[in-house]
Design a protein around this ligand. Structure first.
Ligand code: SRM
Ligand code: SF4
Length: 563
């Protein structure tokens, strides 16, 4: 698409964005009315404000039979740049999970928190309370720059600290300019005359699609930086930040059976200094804004624009905006990724403790009283709380003399120490899927712990229990738990059936490939057993499962191939 817009060909989302007049839409009027749900227009605009209208899909059939409307509810997503929050902010969100939500807090793969099961009449109360705690939800969803991620593990006096500040700075730069958010959620007004604020970056139609920015370090790509539209790999000389290797065009979503949609790792783009990073990011976003596909949302991410027009064209457009040439990408490899679990010295006399959270779900369930113990620890020791992109949580700035007490508390509440977790479980991730996600075609979070359990048995039997293997599951091909960069992934295909992928790596530098399609849930582990047997017999010393299959080339296990 060129800058001349063919209005008739645009997707309906484009009309809704434009007619919203700066994200007001009919939202302000509808949020306060008595209906249990929103109109299509308001629902779309609500996303930009950080919330999705959902329904409890477990109740769908019964309610339909009884002639009832769907069990409408809302998911609210906190936007936490770099995943950081204070103890007070953690406690405020923990309160909200019970006051308005379903009693759980979900750490997302982009360092946000999600609240579920909020009824429409409590939506304003929830978002208002988050803002009172100085947490925004603006732009947590929608066609704008999403939560900006980085490795949150603190290391005093190093560039890591500086990068955490960068996530906040870029967030402030790329927040949509709108009065609507403040009016609806903060002031709680029912506004009808909309005051439209000029937004030089997003203009009146925002971006063609979501836009993701992430930071990483060459020796720690725990953020999966290559999955972002715009990635920044830190280039440092010791503790001095020199600049960033910028990457463009990452994105993981695809649609089953549609060959023109695919996961793609971001490509090397340019070297940028700290002084120019905001300007370059802004120019990259502007090129996507002006040239990205606004007719077909399935092809609207930056990755497709790049593949259609080529890197030279893209760089030329960015350079034309900047009015100068960009410096070439530096030959620096990304080689490691860490999960930051357990105790670590921050280098300033204080320590942080990384806590593994199954699929990011903070809740009390059976013997595991994770939500209770986290609240107790945060109330008593007042640590800052940082979220990781692997759905885990770090308790930060703790005094070393509290280490034993904190470990004892965690144990008492049923939290397994990281060193006792199997490697397979420790590196596993699943997306929420059913019953909240409207796009799920198969289960994920709810059944994944059992699948991992079966995998643990298989790996133990083969003597592979100590291998670091990242296993991920999603309920559809959109890729929310980043399955396409995992060693092994199960991706929902239809009810109880999955596509099996192998060959990614923990460092996030390689895409996995599909090797079996429509595999029933009950056959997942038996399907991959031969792959692990061969890996055990033929691997080279130190070779990971994903590296092995990438080297030998995983052929489709089914004659008909996989899509
Ligand atoms: Fe996602 C849509 C959950 C990270 C790719 N994602 C959704 C929605 C909102 C479904 C919807 O559109 O109604 C899911 C809400 C389900 C629920 O009930 O909570 C959802 N995505 C999530 C989270 C919560 C998964 C998790 O396990 O933590 C993550 C929230 C991150 C955040 O805090 O902002 C989440 N989503 C991702 C990632 C991973 C990442 O960004 O590192 C991806 C792959 C990278 C990418 O964007 O390409 C991802 N989500 C998608 C897509 C596919 C986009 C595409 O280009 O095709 C969709 C569907 C869409 O946008 O139409 C989607
Ligand atoms: Fe929903 Fe699919 Fe994302 Fe899972 S991967 S949360 S099923 S959109």
């Amino acid at each position: 698409m060129s800058t001349t817009i063919d209005e008739a060909a645009l997707s309906s989302a484009e009309r809704i964005k434009k007619e919203s007049l700066g994200l007001h839409g009919p939202l302000a009027e509808e949020v306060g009315n008595d209906a249990t749900h929103l109109s299509e227009e308001a629902k779309q605009i609500l996303k930009f404000h950080g919330s999705y209208q959902q329904e409890d899909r477990d109740q769908r059939r019964e309610r339909k039979k009884a002639g009832l409307e769907p069990a409408y509810q809302y998911m609210v997503r906190s936007k936490l740049p770099g995943g950081t929050m204070t103890a007070e902010q953690y406690l405020a969100q923990d309160d909200l999970a019970s006051r308005y939500g379903d009693g759980t807090l979900r750490v997302t793969t982009r360092q946000g928190f999600q609240f579920y099961g909020i009824v429409k009449s409590d939506l304003r109360g929830t978002i208002h309370a988050l803002n009172e705690a100085l947490i925004t939800t603006l732009g947590a969803c929608g066609d704008v720059v999403r939560n900006i991620i980085t490795c949150s593990a603190p290391a005093s006096g190093t560039v890591r600290q500086e990068i955490s500040e960068w996530t906040k700075r870029l967030t402030a730069e790329f927040l949509p300019r709108t009065r609507a958010y403040h009016e609806i959620w903060v002031e709680g007004q029912q506004v009808t005359a909309h005051e439209v604020v000029d937004d030089p970056l997003y203009k009146d139609r925002y971006l063609p699609r979501k836009f993701k920015i992430g930071f990483a370090f060459p020796d720690d790509n725990c953020t999966d930086v290559f999955s972002n539209d715009f990635g920044l790999v830190v280039i440092a000389d010791g503790d001095r930040l020199i600049g960033f290797n910028a990457l463009v065009g990452g994105g993981l979503g695809k649609t089953h059976g549609k060959e023109d949609t695919y996961p793609r790792l971001a490509s090397p783009f340019a070297f940028v200094t700290p002084d120019e990073v905001v300007e370059v990011a802004r120019a990259v976003i502007a090129v996507q804004r002006d040239h990205g596909n606004r007719e077909n949302r399935k092809r609207a991410r930056l990755k497709y624009l790049l593949d259609e027009r080529g890197m030279d064209w893209f760089r030329g457009e960015v350079e034309a905006i900047l009015g100068r040439k960009l410096a070439p990408y530096r030959p620096v490899e990304v080689t490691e990724a860490h999960d930051h679990l357990g105790w670590h010295d921050q280098g300033d006399g204080r320590w942080f403790r990384g806590i593994w959270i199954q699929n990011g779900r903070i809740q009390d369930h059976g013997d595991l009283r994770l939500r209770t113990v986290l609240r107790r620890i945060v109330e008593r020791y007042r640590p800052d709380v940082y979220l990781t992109t692997q759905q885990n949580l770090l308790l930060v700035n703790l005094s070393p003399e509290h280490r034993e007490e904190i470990d004892a508390l965690l144990l008492e509440h049923g939290v397994t120490p990281p060193e006792e977790l199997s490697q397979a479980r420790r590196h596993s991730m699943a997306c929420p899927a059913l019953p909240t996600c409207p796009l799920a075609v198969a289960e994920s979070e709810r059944i994944f712990p059992e699948v991992v359990g079966e995998m643990e048995e298989l790996l133990a039997e083969l003597g592979l229990a100590d291998e670091t293997i990242a296993i991920r599951m999603t309920g559809c091909p959109n890729g929310c738990a980043r399955p396409y960069t995992a060693d092994l992934a199960f991706i929902g295909r239809s009810l109880n059936k999955y596509v099996v992928y192998v060959g990614g790596n923990l460092e996030g530098t390689r895409l996995a490939q599909p090797i079996a399609d429509l595999v029933p849930l009950t056959d997942l582990v038996s399907t991959v057993r031969p792959l692990f047997e061969r890996y055990k017999d033929e691997r080279e010393p130190g070779e990971s499962f994903g590296d092995f299959w990438s080297r030998v080339g995983a052929e489709p296990l089914q004659a008909a191939g996989v899509r």
